[in-house]
Write a protein that binds this ligand. Structure first.
Ligand code: SAJ
Length: 429
């Protein structure tokens, strides 16, 4: 078992630290945020992720997971810090946190130690940014004096602990020994397969994964606009197209949020702007969806000024409490900008008022996030409270039957049909 120092205790680093400690390693968790360190010292977390609290509490109670403000000597260092983008039109990777993490590790780095970058990063970051910082600070050479690898995180928020253990992993070393030593560490807790490659390939692999998803969602969103224009239901059409064995179109929605899928494609564009028109266009399509949703609501209501609208969902996706980079927030801004009075609700974020309380006198309910809790809303309870019986569903989540039976007119993003849905249409014959 090794002594491992995890630098960055966010959505990625804290679960890794906890899982490593439960696999028997002695883990030092490092963060610049005192709130994170105080919580960890007490065996708690400030992140909500199923099962994480328990695992962190166990790690701390066992003495194998401790909090520290600075990196301490260890056999392995895992850097799991944010890699956001900066700039408006041409977004570029902001590697400040990666550079600072590497700077903080360099003084305690010893011959034979292993450093792994987990943060999703532009191609070349491990070898050309992290490597030289560590070399300068430690006086050792990457590949000779110390080992250096990239092992991009692949965990899906909401299912982190399962995916951390069960997903396959790609490890790219600056040399073979680095990749193999990193594989030995991950083999202590990963049950999926581990594939070895070079560091820059591993960086590109991770970016390809999230870019593939972004471009695919952009295609789904574009189909949603086309379908509405043609008077067709995109959801039904996509479901039917996906019955083809080699087609898997993702779901349209109010936009792409979070700190991964809407960000990582820019790292590819930044690395090769001349060769990435498709990725750039996809970003634009997805970024335009919040405005499209606001326009759709304006269509439904015949204008937005003075309308009272209740939005359901503020997080960047379903069943998480993370509101960062949420397209829902942009939809709200557009609605407000056009003069609507918007009342916000999110089933995953503590709220003062219930949907029923917010719905009093509303002109429209707009579902922005498909939180499971919204499936349980009772439209017949809401109908007597609202001013107008209008509901807009941007996720194809609400039951058409239940809402129309309660008297609501349900408008779906991407659904251009004038008539109500025909139950059974689209189902296998
Ligand atoms: N979305 C759609 N339509 C879809 C799927 C998603 O509009 O069909 C939207 C969501 O509502 C959300 C956004 O896209 O706003 C991103 O959600 P997501 O569930 O696709 O992805 P993330 O950002 O939560 O996590 C992704 C995952 N990457 C892939 O699935 C390829 C995860 O495995 C990565 O570890 C994570 O990014 C990361 O950290 O890079």
């Amino acid at each position: 078992m090794a002594r491992v120092c995890v630098v960055g205790l966010g959505y990625v680093g804290l679960p890794i630290a906890a899982v490593l400690s439960s696999a028997g390693h002695s883990v030092i968790g490092v963060d610049t945020n005192p709130r994170v360190l105080e919580a960890l010292a007490r065996g708690c977390t400030i992140i909500r992720e199923p099962g994480l609290d328990t695992l962190v509490a166990q790690g701390v109670a066992s003495g194998r997971l401790v909090a520290c403000a600075r990196p301490q000597p260890a056999e392995a260092f895992i850097l799991a810090v944010p890699t956001p983008v900066r700039g408006l039109a041409n977004k570029r990777a902001d590697l400040r946190f990666v550079a600072a993490a590497a700077e903080s590790v360099a003084p305690v780095l010893k011959r034979g130690n292993l450093v792994i970058l987990e943060s999703t990063s532009p191609p070349g970051t491990t070898a050309e940014v992290v490597g030289p910082i560590l070399e300068r600070g430690s006086g050792l050479q990457a590949g000779q004096g110390f080992l250096l690898a990239h092992c991009p995180e692949r965990i899906l928020p909401g299912n982190v602990l399962h995916e951390l253990v069960h997903n396959d992993r790609v490890i790219g070393g600056v040399d073979r020994a680095s990749a193999e030593t990193a594989r030995d560490l991950y083999a202590s807790f990963v049950q999926g397969e581990v594939f070895l490659t070079d560091a820059t390939t591993a960086e590109l692999v991770k970016l390809m994964e999230n870019t593939y998803r972004d471009v695919n969602i952009a295609l789904a969103n574009e189909f949603a606009l086309v379908a509405r224009h043609l008077g067709v239901n995109a959801w039904e059409a996509i479901e039917l197209a996906n019955r083809h064995p080699r087609v898997q179109i993702l779901r349209p929605g109010p936009g792409v949020g979070g700190h991964c899928i809407a960000v990582d494609p820019w790292f590819v564009v930044g690395a090769a702007p001349r060769f990435t028109p498709l990725i750039t266009a996809s970003r634009a399509v997805n970024d335009a969806m919040p405005l499209h949703v606001a326009d759709l609501v304006a269509d439904v209501l015949g204008g937005l000024a003075g309308r009272r609208i209740v939005t359901l969902g503020m997080t960047y996706k379903a069943n998480v409490d993370d509101t960062r980079e949420s397209p829902a927030a942009e939809v709200v801004e557009h609605l407000q900008h056009a003069g609507a009075e918007v009342r916000l609700h999110d089933a995953m974020v503590a709220a003062d008022l219930s949907v029923e309380e917010l719905a009093v006198g509303a002109d429209c309910l707009v579902l922005l996030v498909d939180h499971q809790a919204y499936a349980d809303l009772d439209p017949s309870m809401l109908a007597p409270l609202v001013r107008r019986l209008e509901v807009v569903d941007t996720r194809n989540f609400l039951s058409v039957e239940r809402w129309t039976e309660a008297g609501f007119r349900l408008t779906r993003l991407g659904d251009g049909r004038r008539r109500a849905a025909i139950p059974g249409v689209g189902a296998p014959a």
